[in-house]
Unconditional design. Structure first.
Lengths: 260, 258
């Protein structure tokens, strides 16, 4: 059974001014993401990979083609697709627990249930003791952990992450990757993760989808066969290195193309 | 003095008080030395004494009360309509396109210029005073709120949609709480604007109020009363401003976090 099915989807943005040229962000692409799959979408900046995520999230409408989730055509955003954005999007007037319960409250869930679920996810992202903190009192890494918990608390069919660790320092980013991978290994969710970081793309993925420079299209799909649970030490294994070398080559060509 | 470096709390208070002292000293010098004749400019002491006299024997409390109620009444009327309208204009762009050009135009119409017309239309009673304040506050407030609401963070709105909100949920749970501190601040500023219009409204055809007392005193050349009246307006304005600020800080403490 295939959970997410992207068929002939392309996206063209209109010009800002009248008669301005349109921008083709995405050439028609097809992609199937299976149940409990963890795919990473890797590409140089501006290649349209974020556009793909926004299309799946329902925040943009495709110019051609269609996207289906469990056979249902996607129209608009919905709670069945959880999104973690690159920018910090916690609601600054709500504390950590209220942020995590945002979607649950929208569903009209009982307070006791909300509390139970938020307790579980607060523990899972390691933020016990920070329930009453406001976003501005948290570091960037902690804010993104809350954002992940907020998306997961809604129990979406698929989790979409748009370079969520892009603004974090390197050490924090590595820890966050392990955290997310650990959650995925336990919870078994379908995940689509956008990144431009090759290590990140390989470490977490069961499959890496490589994007070309703009206009974006899928250049390669590479299976990553490392067994789970994965330990950070695999990053120095020869197999990992070989895969990294191959992806570096693929991406380098595109980055050069994008720079011209 | 270093650029943009804040001063300590104690020095700030000392400096703030110091200027009041300088001001009163200059005033005393001008009035007591005879540089300006007494009947044009009352001395500070005369002003305080006659201010006391106004409250103690001439029922000035009633005038102050009337003025406050007119400002607050006109301001509340304006706010009750301007807040929802501004929010609607901020989130729904066709509504903004419909009202915004007219509101922008109306904002530049001086409220005081309407006084002669308003006297013809609604007489010289309370309705006229309230309407002046309303005109002075309403258009300004509507535009300010429209701009505040238009500035709602798009990423937060998108996050809310992906968490299952529909349009009404986004307005109720993202737009409103996000804009609330700035809307409260706009209300505070516009209330101050109301104070500048009320006196003009009371200068013509009023039988009570601070402005009325000032016109009466002009006929009697009682500059001490006029100055006392002006000082009272300043103090009441300052107090209402401080109260507003405190309430805002209490209600929206999250927006003060750094």
């Amino acid at each position: 059974m295939s959970r997410l099915s992207i068929r002939d989807v392309s996206k063209t943005f209109p010009g800002h001014r009248r008669n301005a040229p349109t921008t083709q962000a995405l050439l028609p692409i097809g992609l199937e993401v299976g149940d409990n799959d963890f795919i990473t979408v890797l590409g140089p900046s501006g290649c349209g990979k974020s556009t793909l995520l926004r299309l799946v999230a329902g925040l943009e409408t495709p110019t051609t083609g269609e996207i289906r989730l469990d056979g249902t055509r996607i129209v608009g955003a919905g709670a069945d697709r959880g999104v973690v954005f690159q920018s910090y999007t916690l609601f600054p007037w709500l504390n950590v627990r209220q942020n995590i319960c945002f979607g649950l409250r929208e569903k009209g869930m009982k307070l006791s249930e909300q509390r139970e679920i938020s307790d579980r996810f607060i523990a899972q992202v390691g933020l016990r003791g920070f329930e009453d903190h406001f976003p501005k009192q948290l570091s960037g890494g902690m804010q993104q952990r809350v954002a992940i918990a907020r998306a997961l608390a809604n129990d979406p069919k698929i989790l979409l992450l748009d370079e969520p660790f892009g603004a974090l320092d390197n050490q924090t980013r590595v820890l966050m990757q392990e955290l997310l991978l650990g959650i995925w290994e336990q919870a078994q969710k379908t995940v689509m993760f956008i990144t431009h970081d090759i290590d990140e793309a390989i470490f977490m993925a069961s499959r890496v989808v490589v994007f070309s420079a703009r206009p974006g299209r899928i250049k390669a799909e590479i299976e990553v066969g490392f067994p789970h649970p994965r330990h950070y030490t695999i990053k120095t294994s020869p197999e990992f290195m070989a895969l990294k070398a191959r992806l570096t080559e693929e991406i380098r060509v595109e980055a050069i193309a994008a720079a011209h | 003095m270093k650029l943009l470096v804040p001063v300590r709390r104690e020095s700030r208070i000392v400096l703030g008080v110091a200027f009041f002292i300088v001001f009163v000293a200059l005033w005393s010098f001008l009035s007591m030395s005879g540089a300006v004749p007494r009947h044009f400019l009352a001395t500070p002491w005369q002003t305080v004494a006659s201010g006391w006299n106004l409250f103690a024997t001439q029922g000035f409390t009633h005038d102050v009360g009337m003025t406050i109620w007119r400002v607050v009444g006109g301001f509340l009327l304006a706010a009750i309509i301007a807040v929802p309208l501004g929010i609607a204009m901020g989130v729904y762009k066709p509504i903004e396109a419909f009202f915004e050009p007219f509101v922008s135009f109306a904002r530049y119409l001086p409220a005081s210029a309407f006084i002669p017309l308003l006297i013809l239309w609604v007489g010289i009673g309370e309705a006229q005073k309230l309407t002046v304040i309303f005109i002075g506050c309403f258009f300004q407030l509507t535009l300010m709120i429209t701009i505040i609401v238009s500035g709602t963070r798009r990423d937060l709105v998108e996050a809310a949609y992906t968490l299952g909100c529909k349009d009404t949920g986004v307005i109720r749970r993202v737009v409103l709480p996000g804009a609330a501190p700035d809307i409260a601040e706009a209300l505070r500023q516009v209330l101050g604007l109301g104070w500048t219009y009320i006196i003009v409204a009371e200068l013509i055809g009023a039988s009570s109020g601070i402005g009325h007392m000032i016109t009466d005193s002009q006929a009697l050349m009682a500059t001490d009363h006029i100055i006392a009246g002006i000082v009272v307006i300043g103090l009441v304005g300052l107090l209402s401003d401080l109260a507003f600020k405190k309430v805002n800080q209490h209600l929206f403490s999250w927006s003060l976090l750094r």
